[in-house]
Design a binder for this molecule. Structure first.
Ligand SMILES: [Zn+2]
Ligand SMILES: [Zn+2]
Length: 261
């Protein structure tokens, strides 16, 4: 039996189109055994429309508890996608401490006061080599903060297809080694296929590095609508298998297990 999970989904609690209940039928149809919601939380920045208000986090958790109790055939997990904000690690930890969650995805969307996925104009007139380096540095810090179980779209900086002039292998190698050291999972995020990049995160040319460094993996859709739950998963798992991966990470109450896929 194929055991598949999708831990990166957004409902109308943040910027997804539908209520969590609406994601269950498509998840079952896609053959998933577990789904998890991961609403956007950004602390210490001005509130943006794509975020859940931090004050709503308890009603979100309670709502998923209720759905979990009333759902058969598929496990419902409770997660968050939390922005990594450098210098606010202690405060982020304090925010997360009282929450009963199955996992926390840590993502870097912000470089300075702007998000790298807001629009291609962010990149105009900038040194792309430096941008990649800054982005990866933030991801390194996110990993070593110890705040997160999974790193979301670890090379989101590729989103508009800007290409650096330097060889990126050393950055991916360093990332993979830090992730292994801090025991953090990377995701194959299939939603990149729906964005201007038209490919998964991370760059498939460097997936072998994550395998060589023995970094645990999971596959996520980053769905913002029910129709995208589990999207492109056959291809993502085929790709992982081809690269030599045989196990994926599952989470419950922030404890990870590896299971064969
Ligand atoms: Zn994200
Ligand atoms: Zn997301």
């Amino acid at each position: 039996m194929i055991y598949r999970t999708d831990y990166h989904m957004h409902s109308s609690f943040s910027d997804g189109r539908s209520v969590p209940e609406d994601y269950i039928a498509p998840a079952l149809a896609a053959g998933l055994k577990e789904i998890g919601f991961s609403e956007h939380i950004t602390l210490f920045k001005e509130h943006e429309h794509w975020n859940m208000y931090p004050a709503n986090v308890f009603s979100y958790i309670n709502h998923l508890d209720y759905i979990r109790k009333n759902t058969n055939h598929i496990k419902i997990r409770t997660g968050l996608e939390v922005d990594f904000i450098e210098g606010k690690e202690k405060e982020t930890r304090a925010f997360l401490a009282p929450l009963v969650l199955d996992y926390v995805i840590g993502s870097v969307h912000y470089l300075g006061e702007k998000t790298v996925d807001f629009g291609p104009e962010f990149y105009e007139g900038k040194n792309i080599d430096k941008l990649f380096e800054s982005y990866f540095n933030q991801v390194f810090n996110a990993v070593s903060s110890g705040l997160f179980d999974i790193i979301g779209h670890c090379d989101l900086i590729r989103i508009y297809g800007y290409k650096p002039s330097v060889d990126l292998e050393p950055l991916y190698r360093k990332l993979a080694r830090i992730m292994k050291k801090y025991d953090v999972v990377f995701e194959v995020n299939t939603n990149g296929r729906n964005r201007p990049l038209a490919d998964f995160y991370p760059d498939r040319r460097f997936l072998n590095i994550f395998h060589e460094e023995n970094v645990p993996v999971c596959v996520n859709s980053d769905a913002h609508m029910p129709a995208r739950v589990g999207q492109y998963f056959d291809e993502a798992y085929d790709l992982l298998r081809y690269m030599g991966f045989t196990e994926m990470a599952v989470f419950e109450k922030r404890v990870r297990r590896m299971i064969p896929f």
